[in-house]
Design a protein around this ligand. Structure first.
Ligand code: CA
Length: 232
């Protein structure tokens, strides 16, 4: 994780950098708005700590500009200002800052805020990834995140376990899964020995997807004595 510190006071900047590196982050310092913008746009930072009062372009301007750029529009930004400075928190958030902290603050307080932001960011990325991970195989469309499956454009209702089983098979199309493996992955260790459960669920999935005999073995192939495989 790499963090950009845009801060004109050398002591504060060094103090922040020290706190961050001690906690496993890499940190770069920019001491004015122009350098800050340049750094933010030349490197893919995970988070930006942005002082409000900067010589040249102000922190607010930097924030607004970064929000307009494709590569930085989603980068978490935590704005920093001294208590003595008149800073409109609402304006900061309107400019697109994710959070706001007032000097003086403890490294621990800042770290907590950073971790919260990074976690939210990570969750967002995962959600986007899952959204992108629509699985399409022939007439079947699976949306893993939404637990939704469409067959020829018609939504089909599966139980959670049926859905997880289908998703596991379809997202690994072509791979042969042993029943024991499917049990382990979908139901967990406790279900070992109940391989019939898999067969029953596969039967239900095939029926619920409205697949006819020919399609059944086309999409979900049974390999006698071995397990199942989703068509490639
Ligand atoms: Ca300053």
């Amino acid at each position: 994780m790499r963090i950009l510190i845009i801060e004109d006071e050398p002591k504060t900047a060094a103090y922040l950098k020290k706190g961050l590196t001690e906690n496993g982050f890499a940190a770069d310092i920019a001491t004015n708005g122009d350098d800050g913008l340049h750094a933010a746009l030349s490197f893919d930072y995970d988070l930006i700590i942005l002082d409000v009062m900067l010589p040249g372009i102000s922190g607010l301007e930097v924030c607004r500009y970064l929000r307009q750029q494709e590569s930085t529009k989603n980068t978490p930004i935590i704005m920093v200002s001294a208590r003595s400075e008149e800073f409109d928190r609402i304006l900061g958030l309107e400019m697109g800052a994710d959070d706001y902290i007032t000097k003086p603050f403890s490294p621990r307080e800042l770290l907590t805020r950073i971790k919260v932001r990074l976690r939210i960011q990570n969750d967002k990325k995962i959600e986007e990834l899952l959204d992108d991970q629509k699985i399409v195989r022939g007439d079947i469309e699976i949306y893993p995140k939404k637990y939704t499956v469409y067959v020829k454009g018609v939504k089909q209702v599966l139980t959670p376990k049926e859905f997880e089983l289908l998703t596991l098979l379809a997202s690994n199309a072509g791979k042969v899964f042993k029943r024991e493996e499917l049990l382990d992955k979908v139901w967990g260790y406790d279900f070992r020995g109940y391989t019939r459960t898999v067969d029953v669920h596969i039967r239900h999935i095939r029926r619920k997807l409205g697949l006819d005999e020919g399609q059944r073995s086309f999409y979900i192939e049974s390999l006698r004595g071995v397990g199942y495989r989703f068509c490639e």
